[in-house]
Design a protein around this ligand. Structure first.
Ligand SMILES: [Ca+2]
Ligand SMILES: [Ca+2]
Length: 267
């Protein structure tokens, strides 16, 4: 409460003066740092363009292959470069892309369809492509180039397993939730079998899991992730008997889509 009516204006004056002493440095600070207030109104900067994976994961030497490059901020791609003169490529289409599991960091939310023409002979097991976009270039992305045998769909059980002869690289897809791809191989007692998926380490959303069964359908080996650095699976074993074996490939979480691409190496 004020001591007298005349004291009140005086006290308010003192209060205003002290507020002014605070306001002046604040205004000066805002003038010195104009960006600080304005930055809040700017839209967030677009993330750097990035290729996450290619569908399918690879292409064939000496052939022209259509590939879809999925990733982040790729929808204004202007050019595709093939590193090292391994071939030529052109952009067929580009745009936003559906995100099946609502996780763009995993499967991308933009895509570029390219036509890749590779030379007959390629040194190494992959070639690198770079997308040039309005926001800069992507890092080089590896496209696998080993010759492959395509997966034959309908191979979702022992009775409909796809018969294969070693050595071989299969190119396939876990095309829907709970899909199972089964391959039938014939082996000899004492034979060393090597089986490995190429998927997660090349950006595919597939978390591959392999199981090897004997001729009676009993599981004899299984693997989900053979290293902590990615989710690909590998089985190495010495076969216990002459005869037929079945190899199944599933997604460890029972997910699947046309983006769950893989290559399966058997030797
Ligand atoms: Ca399949
Ligand atoms: Ca796995």
């Amino acid at each position: 409460m004020w001591a007298s009516p005349s004291a009140r204006p005086q006290a308010e004056n003192v209060k205003w003066c002290s507020m002014k002493s605070l306001l002046v440095p604040f205004v000066v600070l805002c003038t010195l740092l104009p960006g600080a207030a304005q930055d809040k109104k700017k839209p967030p900067a677009k993330p750097a363009p990035r290729v996450i994976f290619a569908v399918p994961l690879g292409a064939s030497p000496g052939k022209t292959t259509k590939l879809t490059l999925r990733g982040i901020n790729l929808d204004d791609a202007k050019e595709v470069k093939v590193i090292g003169g391994a071939g030529t490529a052109k952009i067929l289409s580009k745009g936003k892309a559906g995100v099946p599991d609502k996780n763009p960091e995993k499967v991308g939310d933009t895509q570029v369809e390219i036509e890749l023409k590779l030379n007959d002979k390629i040194a190494g097991k992959s070639v690198a492509v770079v997308l040039v976009t309005g926001a800069g270039e992507t890092k080089p992305h590896a496209i696998l180039v080993e010759p492959v045998v395509p997966e034959k769909e309908g191979n979702d059980g022992f009775s409909t397993a796809q018969t294969i002869t070693l050595p071989v690289v299969i190119e396939g897809t876990i095309g829907r939730a709970k899909d199972v791809d089964v391959f039938r191989v014939t082996g000899k007692k004492g034979q060393k079998l090597f089986v490995e998926t190429l998927a997660s380490r090349h950006g595919s959303p597939l978390d591959a899991m392999l199981t090897l069964y004997d001729a009676k359908g009993s599981p004899i080996a299984s693997n989900d992730d053979f290293t902590p650095t990615h989710r690909d699976a590998r089985i190495e074993m010495t076969l216990p008997a002459d005869g037929v074996y079945f190899l199944s490939l599933i997604d460890a979480h029972d997910t699947g889509s046309n983006l769950h691409v893989y290559r399966l190496v058997l030797k």
